[in-house]
Design a protein around this ligand. Structure first.
Ligand SMILES: Nc1ncnc2c1ncn2[C@@H]1O[C@H](COP(=O)(O)OP(=O)(O)O)[C@@H](O)[C@H]1O
Ligand SMILES: [Mg+2]
Length: 434
């Protein structure tokens, strides 16, 4: 039978469980004819997943005979999903009638209620693409459709890892650049780093390159963009690392619509297996959309109250918008600034209920030297602790290594917020009283 033996973590906050390989579904039309509300509901939920955002899905009631009736007078979509409770012989007759009204190229997937090998073989013989046995999981539907439309040998879309800071200046770009560089060395296949902070991005500086317009030409000329033009816009940093640099010029304003980066990202993803996005700390429609669509989101935060509040907002939004994905990854950065009060990293992590994949100390000399010399951390110092952290991040984010199971300890955010808020008030009161 179809391989559906995987488990999705129910609580979703476990960084060690990885959903099965389901790549974004292309721009296809899918129509489902369902016998039961459960299957109709599952397909409707699947249609809302980020991987299905390009597909057009419509769910009808009525099973296979309703489908056959419907398509006598309507063109068939790319994929028809039919649910059926029929026994083998009736089902085969019904499928043959459906086949008569199907246009060439239409694929059929059947959801049945009987776990019968003979049935499965008969269906495959008749050209049915997949047979699933009810009840079905949301991710199973997506994975199976993904399998139908990404046959082995066809080009796979690259994985997209989006990096964003919980506040500005927390080191999200520094982390993104070092991780992209480490991934290129570690994985040994091509990585594109796209600097999406168009007015102020520092990727060009960090790699000591003075490249052309890069991302700006790509996004403003999206309708002309193809592999050849993309190749021209990329600046080579390393053997396997190329940069789509930000213009870092203020002659234009960069007010983009929600879909502005869709085409660029699709072409970039079609060209390399790994894409690292350095997102600015902004909340625009396109930033939000890009985060929701990414395969992994990495939030970098400094352990203070504003970072905690913002990180929590981003985590909550992503959990709600990506119910079938693992939560974002968290990196605590610039930990241990002298004389600066901090929320303890453990408390910070517990409040978010996410174990950080790395905790990076505040090392102004090292980071400052690397930044001013246009070097990566590993190039600027032989000291390994911090470059080891980037290796860990690269491995965990790309799924090559699992995060060690850490203590799970829930912590209510409210008292923590209260404790930090009440301090200055208490001081003010004390002042008044004196
Ligand atoms: N762990 C660290 N210790 C000291 N300085 C750091 C650290 N991480 C980043 N920085 C510095 O912080 C500044 C802001 O970093 P940047 O990556 O541009 O932040 P963001 O992209 O979040 O705005 C840079 O000067 C960078 O070198
Ligand atoms: Mg930045």
């Amino acid at each position: 039978m179809t391989n559906l033996a995987f488990d999705i973590a129910a609580d979703g906050d476990d960084a060690t469980t990885r959903p099965p390989e389901a790549r974004p579904i292309p721009r296809i039309t899918i129509q489902a004819f369902c016998d039961t509300p459960e299957i109709a509901g599952t397909i409707e939920t699947a249609a809302m997943d980020r991987r299905m955002s390009r597909a057009h899905v419509k769910v009808h009631t009525g099973g296979i005979n309703a489908a056959t009736e419907f398509y006598r007078s309507a063109p068939t979509p790319n994929l028809i999903i039919v649910e059926t409770q029929m026994e083998v012989d009736d089902l085969i007759v019904a499928l043959d009638s459906l086949a008569e009204v199907c246009d060439a190229g239409t694929k059929v997937m059947v959801v049945g209620h009987s776990n019968d090998v003979r049935l499965y073989r008969e269906l495959l013989k008749r050209g049915v693409s997949e047979y699933l046995v009810a009840p079905i999981e949301v991710m199973s539907v997506i994975t199976v459709i993904s399998g139908i439309y990404h046959e082995p040998g066809t080009e796979k879309l690259g994985q997209v890892y989006a990096f964003i800071g919980a506040k500005g200046g927390v080191g999200s770009s520094t982390v993104a650049h070092n991780v992209a560089w480490t991934m290129a060395r570690l994985i040994g296949s091509d990585v594109i780093l796209a600097d999406l902070d168009l007015p102020f991005g520092t990727a060009g500086l960090d790699f000591n390159l003075d490249p052309a317009q890069g991302i700006a030409e790509a996004v403003f000329g999206a309708d002309r963009l193809d592999e050849v033009l993309l190749d021209r816009l990329l600046a080579k940093c390393e053997d396997h690392l190329s940069l789509l640099a930000a213009p870092a010029a203020l002659d234009k304003a960069y007010d983009f619509g929600e879909d502005a980066f869709d085409q660029v990202l699709e072409i970039v993803q079609g060209n390399v297996p790994t894409v690292v996005l350095d997102l600015p700390h902004q909340w625009t429609a396109w930033v939000r959309k890009t985060l929701i669509a990414a395969d992994e989101v990495v939030i970098t935060a400094v352990p203070d109250l504003a970072n905690l509040r913002n990180a929590k907002s981003i985590v909550d939004l992503l959990k709600q918008a990506r119910p079938n994905d693992t939560p974002p990854k968290l990196i605590l950065n610039q930990v241990g600034v002298p004389k600066r009060p901090e929320i303890k990293p453990d408390d910070f992590a517990a409040a978010l209920q996410i174990t950080p994949i790395a905790t990076i100390p505040f090392e102004p000399l090292l980071f400052g030297t690397a930044a001013n010399n246009g070097q990566m951390i590993a190039e600027a110092s032989a000291k390994t602790v911090i470059s080891d952290a980037f290796t860990d991040i690269a491995q965990v984010v790309s799924g090559r290594k699992e995060l060690k199971k850490a203590r799970r300890r829930g912590l209510d955010l409210a008292p923590l917020l209260q404790r930090f808020k009440s301090k200055p008030k208490a001081k003010a009161k004390a002042k008044k009283a004196s």
